[in-house]
Design a protein around this ligand. Structure first.
Ligand code: FE
Ligand code: FE
Ligand code: ZN
Length: 296
């Protein structure tokens, strides 16, 4: 395989904003990246003009990064599954403004957690998500973006925990060219899929959703065993999924055009991505990696 599309979550904070995001990714040896357009826990946003977007893009180009495979993550606060009209309006408005913002960063993929049904039940929740997506997309349909529904662990009342649920959402969305999927290896492990059996995962995904809709992979290990419904990420190879299972997703021919993004946890406040990426490129597990990261 010629090139692997490998990156991580990077920060997008002042003073350098997007330029800083690209610099951070380059420091880790990445050719793709994922960022939040602002703090995931509130809706305060730095004006676009201040975000050093052109500088970031220029630096990414200079260094041969794969700009068309960059990923933005929508804030967790957005919950389209809710029925409460005020909360739903907040979520729809926020999603719409994040789509506009994502496009301003010339980023096409926007990963979205489908939502929590709270007490409403699966059917009502899924219906709310579909309606919310349709209303929002209708208003910005001329922009160039793809909302990537993330597969979830099934913590609490999370929806999108099975490929079937994700498929139901996609089936309800009117503008099919605006919708894709983000597969998170930690989440599917916690949801009960055997990550190690990559043929089974890919075949199931293809049979139920369609592999052409897979746009992003979140490459995380899990602190919890198969089917735990927990969603706690672990460093690459250090969790219940393990190195040999995860590495298959990096080098599989069928997934070669899909950006793979690490959302693995910091080790003693230090980012693990440079070391994890080096290890992934060597294709050999290093059991002392966490100590190496911690001692930086
Ligand atoms: Fe996510
Ligand atoms: Fe994820
Ligand atoms: Zn997660």
């Amino acid at each position: 395989m010629d090139k692997i599309l490998l990156g991580s979550h990077v920060s997008m904070a002042g003073p350098d904003y997007y330029l800083g995001s690209v610099k951070e990714a380059l420091k880790y040896g990445e050719n793709v990246l994922m960022f939040y357009t602002g703090a995931p826990q509130n809706n305060k946003r730095t004006p676009i003009e201040k975000c050093k977007i052109e500088e970031g893009i220029a630096l990414a180009k200079e260094n041969g990064m794969e700009l068309d495979k960059f990923v933005c993550h929508a804030p967790y606060m957005i919950n389209l599954a809710n029925s409460d009209s005020e909360k739903l309006k907040f979520s729809k408005d926020f999603l719409k403004s994040e789509i506009v913002r994502c496009v301003a960063f010339k980023c096409r993929y926007l990963v979205l957690h489908p939502g929590l049904h709270v007490h409403l039940g699966e059917d009502v929740g899924l219906n709310n998500i579909i309606n919310g997506l349709n209303e929002v997309i209708e208003e910005v349909k001329d922009l160039d973006f793809i909302i990537c529904i993330e597969t979830m662990a099934g913590k609490g009342t999370e929806l999108g925990t099975t490929f079937e649920q994700v498929k139901k959402i996609i089936d309800g969305v009117k503008y099919k060219e605006k919708i894709g999927v983000c597969l998170d290896t930690c989440h599917i492990n916690d949801a009960g899929y055997i990550v190690d059996d990559i043929d089974c995962v890919i075949n199931e995904f293809d049979r139920i959703i369609g592999l052409n809709l897979l746009k992003v992979i979140h490459l995380n290990d899990s602190k919890n065993p198969l089917g735990a419904h927990k969603d706690r990420h672990e460093n690459f190879g250090f969790g219940e999924i393990g190195f040999d299972a995860l590495i298959k997703y990096v080098y599989d021919e069928r997934l070669k055009d899909i950006p793979k993004i690490l959302e693995t946890p910091y080790v003693e406040d230090k980012p693990p991505y440079k070391e994890e990426i080096e290890m992934i490129k060597k294709k050999e597990f290093n059991p002392s990696l966490k100590e190496i990261i911690a001692s930086k």
